[in-house]
Design a protein around this ligand. Structure first.
Ligand SMILES: [Zn+2]
Length: 354
């Protein structure tokens, strides 16, 4: 993983507090709390029958060889002593997680978050920037977005000459994509049920999906099958290595319990997982510096609701935020990786180096 490029730095102008309010994230969180209460037994623990034991997804180490970090909303979080992956253990059984994406009102409400003007304009720039980065390595071709929701990434891709395909369970999101963006190639199935042929997609997006899956390795394998040689994936996940998560720990909104985040990757663990699955890492970057969040916490205020202001002026703020993003300390980790072309893979197998 020697010559990985730092990816483009993306910034958002609003404070975290304003952004959360304007996008309606607080409404979604209230709904998730209602859903969570239904999973509890009389002692306030998650019902035993809804939980399953897991091992570290990156290195296979058992949770008995992990460091217990904290308990939040009746869920427990650990850090693998061997590879440093953070993960929930035990985890909700898969049926329960899938049921959430198919039926939960909070997933319906997420459509309101994505279509709010603050989120929509941020995402437009974000998707355009990341597609431009993908196009440095591959020509626009078939583009798949797994868990595409309202189809925003696909819409931006379509405008840049890609042919859009999506997978999404939520009816409201799929209807929006059809009506507003005229995207009719969205299927309501899991990736392994979609029946895509080998070597079909030049690009695949996985935006905030990998951390939800019971078996992340399996989806990476299936994605590699359907990617063309040289095809590029863009993966975004909440980053366990981010400054905000390191500082505010269990208060970070990524530890969302019934919201379904199971694995918390970092700039070390995600590239490792991808390389082990045969991908070549192209760029590792981060988004959302969350300086307000950290500054609130350091001033004894609620990290997301506080009003503490970074006191050293706009110029200093820009320098600090840029530093955070460039060193992959941003709250969201973004990795670009590709399926090696046949010749490249052959060379590797024969032991020659480039
Ligand atoms: Zn591990």
């Amino acid at each position: 993983m020697a010559k990985v490029k730092k990816s483009t730095v993306l910034k958002r102008r609003e404070s975290t507090k304003d952004f959360r309010k304007k996008t309606g994230r607080d409404t979604v969180e209230k709904m998730l709390e209602e859903a969570r209460l239904q999973l509890l037994d009389e002692k306030g623990d998650i019902k035993k029958e809804l939980l399953r034991d897991v091992v570290c997804e990156v290195c296979g180490t058992r949770p008995t060889r992990s460091t217990f970090l904290f308990r939040k909303d009746a869920f427990e979080y650990h850090k693998c002593k061997k590879c440093s992956l953070l993960y929930m253990h035990p985890q909700l059984i898969e049926e329960k997680v899938v049921e959430h994406y198919k039926e939960d009102a909070a997933v319906d409400a997420w459509v309101d978050v994505l279509t709010s003007s603050s989120q929509f304009s941020y995402d437009s720039v974000k998707f355009d920037t990341r597609l431009a980065a993908m196009e440095k390595y591959v020509q626009p071709g078939n583009l798949l977005d797994i868990g595409c929701s309202i189809g925003h990434f696909l819409k931006v891709g379509k405008e840049r000459g890609w042919k859009p395909y999506g997978l999404e369970f939520n009816d409201r999101a799929v209807a929006y994509a059809k009506e507003k963006f005229k995207i009719r190639t969205i299927q309501k199935v899991m990736l392994d049920e979609a029946g895509y042929p080998d070597n079909y997609f030049s690009g695949i997006g996985l935006w905030g999906v990998l951390e939800h899956l019971a078996r992340p390795r399996e989806i990476l394998r299936e994605m590699k099958r359907i990617l063309t040689p040289g095809g590029v994936v863009v993966i975004s996940v909440p980053s366990a290595g981010s400054l905000a998560v390191r500082v505010i720990r269990q208060l970070a909104s990524c530890f969302n319990g019934v919201g379904g985040h199971l694995w918390f990757f970092s700039a070390e663990t995600l590239p490792r997982l991808l390389e082990e699955e045969g991908y070549e890492i192209l760029e590792v970057g981060s988004e959302q510096p969350e300086l307000d969040t950290v500054w609130n916490y350091l001033n004894f205020e609620h990290p997301y609701e506080g009003n503490a202001r970074f006191p050293f002026g706009e110029a200093a703020r820009n320098i600090v935020e840029r530093f955070i993003l460039e060193h992959t300390y941003g709250y969201k980790l973004v990795v670009l990786a590709r399926k090696p072309t046949g010749s490249h893979a052959e060379k590797k197998k024969n032991g020659s180096t480039e």
